[in-house]
Ligand binder design. Sequence first.
Ligand code: COA
Length: 260
Amino acid sequence: MAYQTLLLEVKDRIAVLTINRPEKLNALNATTKNEMVHALESCKSNVSVDVVIITGAGEKAFVAGTDIGELTGLNPDTGKEFSSRGQEVFNLVEHLGKPVIAAVNGYALGGGCELALACHLRIASENAKFGQPEVNLGIIPGYGGTQRLARLVGTGRAMEMILTGEPIDAMEAHRIGLVNKVVQQRDLLDTCRAIAAKIAAKSQVAIRLALKAVNMTRETMQADGQELEASLFGVCCGSEDFQEGTKAFLEKRKPEFRNR
Ligand code: COA
């Protein structure tokens, strides 16, 4: 199937799924999320695919977040649904049943950082930047980030990133265990393919059971945490600060928050 916002290539038992909206720094809109579900399901059922690599088109961004234009107009109910939908897509990544590697080739902000977190391995190029800047818009991470980031790097580091909204560079992300490896941008995809090939050469029975077993370590509590996250995201969408934060971004100015 031809996608509007994705590219999907399968070769040598490895699928490369590229988020392809470089003019918007690969921000995830509703079409992208729907197409991701289709592409991921096809990788899941394709017996010729053992490992999936997710990356972003261009040299600047992996994914610069959810499409902020689609946040405007959300209210507490639709906000909760919006968050739950994003969680559903990223849960599909985490529970694909096959290893998924994030090839982070630039900005991984908001939903982009959360997408990388939902992957099983994260390899970053030297120019990558990771961040959860949602507080700048008057919301919280809503695609599983509050749960997955804290579990991966600890609550202290996760709090710092989520409360300040400040991005960190690739070396810092490596230092705190957010990424597995940092490489030069020109080597990023080859490095990911080499890791994928190493995994594809193993027993896929063992690989899939290993994935399942390691995923189990965060299962039940994460589901509860994500339910709470979606509810709180919905609450943010009822605030004036959320209206102001998203409007200010789209009008390319600083937000004036009134804390209500
Ligand atoms: N949603 C919608 N559009 C986005 C976007 C997003 N998350 N991130 C970037 N874009 C768009 C910009 O609006 C711009 O579109 P335009 O050319 O039509 O005006 C285009 O992508 C290029 O981005 P720009 O801001 O001009 O690039 P930059 O190099 O100056 O800055 C960033 C890069 C990543 C720092 C900046 O785009 C940014 O802060 N993005 C939002 C990040 C964010 O808050 N993500 C979390 C969302 S919940």
